[in-house]
Design a protein around this ligand. Structure first.
Ligand SMILES: Cc1cc2nc3c(=O)[nH]c(=O)nc-3n(C[C@H](O)[C@H](O)[C@H](O)COP(=O)(O)O)c2cc1C
Length: 448
């Protein structure tokens, strides 16, 4: 099973959670992004279980980059991230195929993939968000280079609410201002902790909300209709299991407002068009307006609770009860915070790649990378030409061999024919020039 999203960057999530590894592949990540290992590891640690208010299942979550990252820099090839599963207890999941957990994936996955072994949750397990976070971090590094920052916090657990980002002036510092439980207001952390623990001691779970903001995004990114930024963000966000809703800016609050209050008046500040309020959450008609992008994700209470629940025995076709042991998050929203950031970073980088103009720096780094490879290949080519020059000298042959040059050019032309005409001609000319310069180089070697 594979699940893919993205237009320019194609993100694929694959692997079986109760197997050896979970894996994500991102095709289309630009070359030249520097990724700091320390930052990556602390980002991964924010998602890791084994901490208070999270699942007791603890994995090291050390991402292995099988391709796409060389010496801490992306090389433009597919970014393949694999994370081994070490703390596997497939036995915890035995029985769910016959007595499906209410509101989990057991029943619907069985309908969709009859006979499939999904112990451990398979494609429906949150383990897949580990490699997703690694790729998200790489995208965050790329965004940072462009002055774009992503951050999120736990804005609500049950009935306990954190402070909210200021829709107009959320700052870079606000995006990293999380304390303890990832909240903005330290006073709220204890209350949230009590809310989660109160549910957990009963073997129950509690829902939560994650608020995310992106700052520094230039206006004019996105598309109308089906490829709007809201569409792309929310559609991709649903790779996170337990997500029940996404609201942008004033969100569902807009339902009870009047236009005169909800509209964001335009004004000019320091020569820039901005809006005085930001009920739109930085997006109008699917296109960014240059204000912070702010949205909230609502996560349901974890389905796997240890209280007895009513279910059915599919073997007997009769009602029965289930008590889930296993290791589960009492509040999914806690660990979803970095996951929301990761998905947001992937989607925003993907959207920025739509407009080549907005991505000049990345394209230049790509060209630098290609130049490096070309230089190495041209040096190797010259070395071979030198050996040929010496052989020609020994055999008394002329440097210029029109037949050979025509054969090379014919081959080049037959390959470049498939590219568009302008590009094809340009590449033929480059080769003509390479051969002319090589001829001069061979002559010089023969004179030495
Ligand atoms: C970070 C994260 C952690 C999760 N942890 C659990 C868990 O411990 N137990 C559980 O039953 N579901 C957990 N889930 C949710 C399930 O993956 C999800 O509920 C399930 O796949 C069904 O999908 P749905 O809730 O979107 O319908 C987690 C999801 C995320 C994003």
């Amino acid at each position: 099973m594979k699940s893919t999203f993205g237009l320019n960057i194609r993100m694929t999530m694959e692997g079986e959670s109760h197997g050896e590894q979970v894996r994500c592949v991102a095709v289309g990540i630009p070359a030249g992004i520097a990724v700091d290992t320390e930052g990556l590891m602390s980002f991964m640690a924010r998602r890791r279980g084994g901490q208070r208010n999270t699942t007791p299942r603890r994995e090291d979550d050390i991402p292995e980059f099988l391709s796409g990252l060389v010496d801490g820099v992306t090389d433009g090839s597919p970014l393949v991230v694999s994370i081994p599963n070490k703390n596997v207890r497939s036995g915890d999941y035995e029985g769910f195929a016959n007595t499906p957990r209410p509101s989990h994936a057991d029943y619907t996955s069985r309908l969709r993939y009859p006979g499939c072994d999904l112990r451990g949750g398979g494609h429906f397990s949150a383990r897949l968000t580990a490699p997703l976070c690694a790729i998200g971090y790489v995208c965050m590094c790329a965004l940072k280079e462009r002055g774009i920052y992503v951050g999120a916090h736990l804005s609500r657990v049950g009935s306990v609410c954190d402070a909210r980002y200021d829709l107009v002036s959320v700052s870079k510092d606000d995006l990293t201002a999380r304390v303890g439980l990832p909240v903005l207001d330290a006073a709220v952390a204890d209350k949230m902790d009590s809310e989660i623990q109160a549910a957990a001691v009963l073997g129950d779970s509690v829902g939560g909300e994650v608020e995310c903001a992106v700052i520094g995004v230039p206006g004019g990114i996105g598309s109308p209709l089906a490829n709007g930024i809201e569409n792309r963000l929310s559609s991709a966000m649903y790779v996170l299991g337990a997500l029940k809703g996404v609201e942008f800016g004033s969100g569902f609050g807009a339902v009870s407002m009047r236009g005169s209050v909800h509209n964001d008046p335009f004004t000019v500040r320091e020569g820039r068009v901005v809006t005085e309020t930001n009920n739109s959450g930085g997006i109008q008609a699917g296109i960014t307006n240059g204000m912070p992008i702010v949205f909230r994700c609502g996560f349901k209470p974890t389905a796997s609770i240890s209280m007895p629940q009513r279910t059915v025995s599919l073997k007997d076709m009769a009602d029965t009860e289930i008590t889930i042991s296993g290791r589960h998050d009492p509040c999914i929203a806690v660990r979803a915070v970095p996951c929301v950031e990761a998905v947001t970073a992937i989607v925003m980088l993907d959207a920025l790649l739509d407009s080549a103009g907005g991505d000049i720096e990345a394209c230049r780094r790509g060209i630098d990378n290609i130049n490096n490879q070309l230089m190495e290949l041209l040096c190797a080519r010259m070395e071979l030409a030198g050996i040929i020059a010496e052989e020609k000298e020994r055999l008394g042959l002329a440097t210029y061999d029109p037949q050979r040059e025509t054969a090379i050019l014919d081959r080049v032309n037959s390959i470049v024919e498939t590219t568009d005409l302008g590009k094809g001609q340009a590449i033929s000319e480059i080769f003509r020039e390479i051969m002319r310069i090589t001829r001069d180089y061979e002559d010089a070697r023969r004179r030495d």
